[in-house]
Design a protein around this ligand. Structure first.
Ligand code: FE
Length: 197
């Protein structure tokens, strides 16, 4: 695969269809600037700022753009808030649609046929595979991304984080928790921040 990609890149460069410097720029962007830490900042802001959370609910694109995130594959964002009653999960049953500006490029399993087919049939089973056990009475909603609409799951703020700063809270937000196959990290495992009872 490596060799084939390199051959293709060389050919396209020689024919003048691509500029290697531009390609490097794109790769650098997804390696260093665009990734799930962006989404984590969105979630942490929603946790500390109720007005921002409301904005996210009503116009996710504008709210996310206010933090500097937007562009390709994030043109029509919808935020899904986890609650005590409902747990949201996101998939693209057709291919691999994913909100690049806030989560970066999708993990391999997100693109795999087993995840895409099973999450709609057996969401609880998929959650169990990811080590997530939810109460029996919680409703699970699975959202199918389209070529246009992309979803960002907003996990619930963990208990015991009163007084935490936005930056501290952002560290608890995992990529998987923003897809709905995970939960935020346990705040008590961060011993540099005081955990309130
Ligand atoms: Fe897709």
């Amino acid at each position: 695969m490596d060799v084939r990609v390199r051959a293709l890149e060389t050919l396209l460069t020689e024919k003048g269809y691509i500029d290697p410097a531009a390609l490097d720029e794109v790769i650098d962007a997804y390696q260093t600037r665009i990734g799930p830490r962006n989404g984590a900042r969105v979630v942490a802001r929603a946790w500390v700022d109720p007005d921002f959370a409301t904005w996210l609910r009503t116009d996710a694109n504008a709210a996310i753009a206010s933090l500097g995130y937007g562009g390709r594959q994030g043109e029509h964002m919808v935020a899904l808030e986890q609650t005590d009653d409902t747990h949201h999960m996101v998939v693209c049953t057709l291919c691999s649609c994913y909100p690049w500006p806030v989560l970066g490029l999708p993990p391999t399993w997100y693109k795999s046929a087993p995840y895409r087919s099973r999450v709609v049939r057996d969401p609880h089973g998929v959650l169990a595979d990811f080590g997530v056990a939810l109460p029996d009475d919680i409703g699970v909603r699975v959202w199918d991304s389209t070529a246009e609409i992309r979803y960002l799951v907003i996990p619930q703020r963990p208990a015991g984080t009163d007084g935490w700063s936005e930056e501290q809270l952002a560290r608890l937000v995992t990529r998987d928790s923003m897809i709905g196959v995970g939960l935020p990290l346990d705040p008590s495992t961060f011993d540099d921040v005081e955990v309130t009872a």
